[in-house]
Design a protein. Structure first.
Length: 448
């Protein structure tokens, strides 16, 4: 048996020694030694395996489910006119389909529709009268055009007659002038014969008488030609006057017809405005614009007076194309590109997430980056939009992915050994996306 000596410390050191013979009987059991060796070897093996195990680098962000389509976002059902809510046909949380009755609304004046219908009847009567007046004026313009053509044709005929009279007078004048010349020659011949005693004085006198008649005929023919020419000028002036008078009359008639058409257009515009007002008044039963859920009722029935455009209820449309927006740290935003793979964990959906080993994660869903904001949100965070990955498992139904449901996301980068990731984490280095940096802005590639 071995004795173990124990030397005391302090002020008793060197004075006494104690013997502990019991320690010599303590022995480690062989199974315990084997187990310790196995555990040590297993730990070393696990550490060795983990150091060479591939690890997917990732950057994490948090956000919520949204609707990327503005038509799928929160909508307010507004009052179409001034009035009061008569009756609600839904409650908060009610599911509605497009066209389902939501609320019955009424105007402040209970007889407003009858009054508007009476105004519309009066406008229709006035419109009929204006159309009849415009038709009459149009016919008047057409009639004036026909009368002008007839008058101008008659004037042209009179002008042609005047021209014929001028030509006839000119021919008469030519004949009278020729006759005057002939009688003058006859006088000269008779006078010559009288001087030679070959004719009588009587013959000379008759020749002179014929010559005077010829001169009178020439003067009368000239007067007739002047008269014919004056008549032609008068006919031409009359034709111009007819043209001017009819042009003025037609322009006045056309102006009156245009004014009548303008009155018709104004009346039609008033009718349209009245029809719009009637349509709004007749929309006393407001229906749901889209499939969705009534989120809030904002007006009390009966007592509350509302103006046109005041909100009545808030509708959350059914979102058939859910999208997740994640806020990423500014240090990680430069690493993210459109098309990157993302793993998502939704609030309320059980999941076990291994960020570095997405293949063994349970309850997470795949997505891909569809948008990276060009600027931050004012707090140094950058928003990214993530849509479902068509090659992955479908996202949960709308029952679970309501708008506003929170989500955690991991944007997957490149795959590295685990020892490298641990070394990077220990040294505080950021993850990289390629062997050489920086990556050009146009070099967008989908990383696996």
């Amino acid at each position: 048996m071995m004795n173990y000596l124990v030397e005391p410390h302090g002020h008793h050191a060197g004075k006494h020694r104690y013997q502990l013979p019991v320690l010599g009987t303590v022995r480690m059991a062989r199974p315990a030694r084997v187990a310790a060796w196995l555990i040590g070897i297993a730990i070393c093996f696990i550490v060795l395996v983990l150091t060479v195990t591939p690890w997917v680098q990732n950057v994490a962000g948090a956000g919520r489910v949204i609707a990327v389509n503005p038509n799928d976002r929160e909508q307010r059902i507004a009052a179409p006119l001034e009035g009061r809510v008569v009756k609600w046909y839904v409650m908060e949380g009610s599911k509605v389909k497009k066209g389902d009755l939501v609320v019955e609304f009424s105007d402040n004046d209970p007889q407003i529709i009858e009054r508007l219908n009476a105004q519309r009847d009066a406008l229709m009567s006035r419109l009929d009268q204006q159309k009849s007046r415009a038709a009459n004026m149009t016919q008047g313009v057409i009639g004036l055009g026909g009368s002008r053509r007839n008058a101008l044709d008659a004037g042209l005929a009179r002008i042609d007659m005047a021209k014929e009279n001028v030509r006839a007078a000119e021919r008469v004048l030519d004949a009278a002038s020729a006759n005057e010349t002939t009688t003058q020659l006859n006088i000269d011949r008779q006078r010559a014969l009288l001087a030679r005693g070959l004719t009588s004085r009587r013959s000379v006198e008759l020749a002179e008488l014929d010559h005077n008649k010829a001169i009178a005929d020439v003067d009368r023919s000239k007067a007739q030609l002047t008269s014919a020419r004056s008549e032609l000028l008068a006919r031409q002036a009359e034709q111009q006057r007819i043209q001017t008078d009819f042009k003025t009359s037609i322009e006045n008639a056309q102006g009156s017809a245009a004014s009548a058409q303008s009155d018709i257009a104004n009346t039609i515009a008033e009718l349209h405005r009245l029809d719009v007002q009637l349509a709004r008044q007749q929309q006393q039963k407001i229906v749901a614009p889209r499939d969705g859920t009534i989120f809030r009722l904002l007006a009390q029935p009966g007592s509350e007076l509302l103006k046109a455009g005041d909100p009545l209820a808030v509708l959350i449309p059914d979102n058939n194309n859910p999208t997740v927006e994640l806020l990423m740290n500014g240090n990680d935003a430069p690493l993210i590109q459109v098309g990157d793979n993302v793993r998502l964990q939704f609030e309320g959906w059980p999941a076990i997430q291994f960020a570095g080993w997405p293949s063994v994660a349970v309850g997470t869903f795949g997505g891909e980056v569809m948008l990276v904001d060009a600027t931050d949100n004012g707090e140094g965070k950058f928003r990214i939009m993530v849509r479902p990955d068509p090659d992955d498992v479908a996202w949960p139904s709308q029952r679970y992915l309501r708008q506003g449901v929170r989500a955690n996301g991991w944007v997957l980068l490149r795959t590295v050994p685990l020892w490298f990731e641990l070394w990077r984490q220990f040294n505080g280095f950021p993850p990289v996306t390629a062997a050489s940096e920086p990556v050009s802005s146009g070099d967008v590639k989908k990383k696996k």
